[in-house]
Ligand binder design. Structure first.
Ligand code: NDP
Length: 256
């Protein structure tokens, strides 16, 4: 493979929440581009099995780590152990996330707390453990995963929208602090993709039809359609791009 400005070969990339879903597709995409990928989830045996499968399919080096991103000290311990073994990641993708739906009047406090911890606080815990070492080295690429709900609300998911809106402003704030260390921090905000998280939505014919009508592309996204934007944001091609949020949503957030 000839080197291009999109070259990420041998870059060490930690993708949180990559045991399945979008994170898994993103990690696979990085592995296919030659990155040295660290797969992550809470079930170590499951993550190890998936890591072996991706390594076999892509020929890339794939590691497996497991920690709960809502536990700040477990996160720090696991990432420090990872850095001791493999060095400081070049790329961090903050993807792990959670959805819980209920009408606002019935929304439980525990669910609010779990969403804020998983979708927002965890980005701080994971990133803050890595960025001092990235800063010292003088390079790093951080990509946070937002959502169309970073911009648009929808009934029954006000807390999710609040966390995903927060992800965009956290991205901008991190960019403000970290650009001087040659660390670029950006956000990818996906539209609707069929994963385990939104099984209830794509199995509901009415919702399915709504997504197809509401999206200018007239369809759900395919998970591998996120990879090109990710590779761009992880490569030298984006070295002067920071604090941005790119919607990969078939045009959904551009129209009413
Ligand atoms: P999935 O439910 O399919 O996967 C979630 C991933 O996050 C799993 O790998 C899970 O690992 C991990 N995770 C969840 N909570 C924790 C935790 N406390 N500690 C460690 N890992 C955790 O979700 P999706 O793939 O659909 O979503 C991934 C991201 O994309 C989320 O941030 C979501 O908000 C966002 N997104 C998804 C869209 C979609 O259409 N699917 C649209 C827009 C945004 P484990 O194996 O441990 O459960």
């Amino acid at each position: 493979m000839q080197a291009t400005i999109f070259d990420i070969r041998d870059k060490l990339a930690l993708v949180t929440g990559s045991s399945r879903g979008l994170g898994n597709a993103l990690a696979r995409g990085l592995a296919e581009s030659g990155a040295h990928v660290v797969l992550h989830g809470r079930d170590l045996a499951g993550v190890q099995e998936e890591a072996r499968a991706i390594a076999q399919e892509t020929g890339a080096r794939v590691e497996a780590v497991s920690f709960d991103v809502t536990d700040a000290s477990a996160t720090r311990d696991a990432i420090e152990a990872l850095m001791a073994e493999h060095g400081v990641p070049d790329i961090l993708v903050n993807n792990a996330g959670l959805q819980r739906r209920a009408p606002f009047n019935e929304y439980a406090t525990d669910d609010w707390d779990a969403l804020v911890a998983t979708n927002l606080s965890s980005l701080f815990y994971v990133s803050r453990t890595l960025t001092p070492a990235m800063s010292e080295r003088g390079s790093g690429k951080i990509v946070n995963i937002g959502s169309v709900q970073s911009k648009l609300a929808r009934e029954t998911i006000a807390p999710y929208s609040a966390t995903k809106g927060g992800v965009v402003l956290l991205t901008q704030g991190m960019a403000a602090d970290l650009a001087r260390f040659n660390i670029q921090v950006n956000c990818i905000s996906p539209g609707y993709f069929k994963t385990e998280m939104n099984t209830a939505l794509w199995q509901d014919p009415t919702f399915n039809e709504w997504v197809e009508k509401r999206t200018p592309a007239k369809r759900w996204g395919h998970v591998d359609e996120l990879v090109g934007t990710l590779v761009y944001l992880c490569s030298d091609a984006s070295n002067f791009v920071s604090g941005q949020n790119i919607f990969v949503d078939g045009g959904m957030t551009s129209v009413v």
